[in-house]
Design a protein around this ligand. Structure first.
Ligand code: ADP
Ligand code: MG
Length: 232
C-alpha cells in the first residue's frame, strides 16, 4: 500500500512537470499559428517579414524549453572531452550576438589565455548560454554585458556582469528554483538547468546582485588536471 501511494505521488509530480512544459510549449506554438494565419490572410508586404521573424523567434523559444527540460531530466553528463573554456565562451558569444545586438547590447570580453577543462562541452554551453541570455534580458537597451574569464587558483572563473535590473536578496535566493520566473514570457527553467549542470561538473555558480544596479554571475569550474585528480 505504501508503495502504491509512493507511485501515485511520483505520477502526480511528473504530471505537474509535464503540464508546465506543455503549457510553455503551447504558448509559442499558438503564437506561430496566429502569425501564420495573419500571413495567409494578408498580402505579402513589409509586415509579413515581421510576422515571420516573430514566428521564428517563438519556435526557437519552444525549442529551448524542450532542450532545457530534457537536460533537466537527463541525470548526468555523458560526452566528456578536453576543450578550451575561452574558445567555448567565444563561440557562445558569437552565437548570441544577433540576440544582443537586437537590443543594442555589446559584449565586452576579457579573457586571459587558454584554459583547458575536461567535461561535457555541450551541456556546459547550455548552462552558459542560459546565464548570458538572462544578463541580456535584464539589461537596458544600448548597454553592455561584460564577460571575464580568468584563472583563480586551480579553477577557471567565468564572470557575467550586467548593469540591468538586478535582484533583491529574496530574489537571489529563489534563483535556480524550478519554474521561478519574473518574466511575462519566462519559463523559470534556465537557471535551474544551469545550476544543475554546473554542480554536476563539480563546479560552483553564484550570484551577486543589487536591485536596480545589476548582477554578477560567477561560474567556477575545475581545470582539466584538477578534475582528473579529483575523480581518480
Ligand atoms: P526565465 O529567464 O525564463 O525567467 P531563469 O531560470 O533563466 O528563467 O531565471 C529566473 C529568474 O531569475 C528570472 O525571471 C529573473 O527574475 C531572475 N534573473 C536571472 N538572471 C538575472 C539577471 N542577470 N538579472 C536580473 N534577474 C535575473
Ligand atoms: Mg532565462
Amino acid at each position: 500500500l505504501k508503495e502504491e501511494s509512493m507511485r501515485a505521488e511520483k505520477l502526480k509530480a511528473l504530471g505537474g512537470v509535464a503540464a508546465s512544459i506543455a503549457h510553455e510549449i503551447r504558448n509559442p506554438l499558438t503564437a506561430v499559428q496566429g502569425f501564420l494565419q495573419l500571413i495567409r490572410a494578408g498580402t505579402y508586404d513589409r509586415k509579413t517579414n515581421d510576422y515571420l521573424q516573430i514566428a521564428l523567434d517563438e519556435l526557437e523559444r519552444a525549442e529551448s524549453v524542450i532542450k532545457d527540460y530534457l537536460s533537466f531530466t537527463k541525470p548526468k553528463l555523458t560526452k566528456f572531452e578536453t576543450f578550451c573554456l575561452a574558445e567555448l565562451t567565444h563561440h557562445i558569444i558569437t552565437r548570441l550576438t544577433p540576440l544582443s545586438s537586437y537590443k543594442g547590447i555589446e559584449f565586452q570580453c576579457r579573457f586571459n589565455g587558454p584554459m583547458y577543462i575536461y567535461t561535457d562541452r555541450e551541456q556546459l554551453q547550455q548552462a552558459i548560454v542560459n546565464v548570458i541570455k538572462n544578463a541580456v534580458e535584464a539589461s537596458p537597451e544600448n548597454s553592455s554585458v561584460q564577460i571575464d574569464l580568468a584563472l583563480q587558483g586551480s579553477q577557471a572563473e567565468l564572470k557575467i556582469i550586467d548593469s540591468g535590473k538586478g535582484m533583491t536578496e529574496e530574489e537571489i535566493q529563489r534563483i535556480g528554483t524550478l519554474f521561478y520566473t519574473t518574466k511575462e514570457k519566462g519559463t523559470g527553467l534556465g537557471t535551474s538547468v544551469a545550476v544543475r549542470i554546473i554542480e554536476a561538473m563539480k563546479g560552483n555558480i553564484l550570484y551577486e546582485s543589487e536591485k536596480g544596479k545589476g548582477t554578477v554571475c560567477i561560474i567556477s569550474l575545475p581545470l582539466e588536471g584538477e578534475q582528473l585528480a579529483s575523480t581518480n
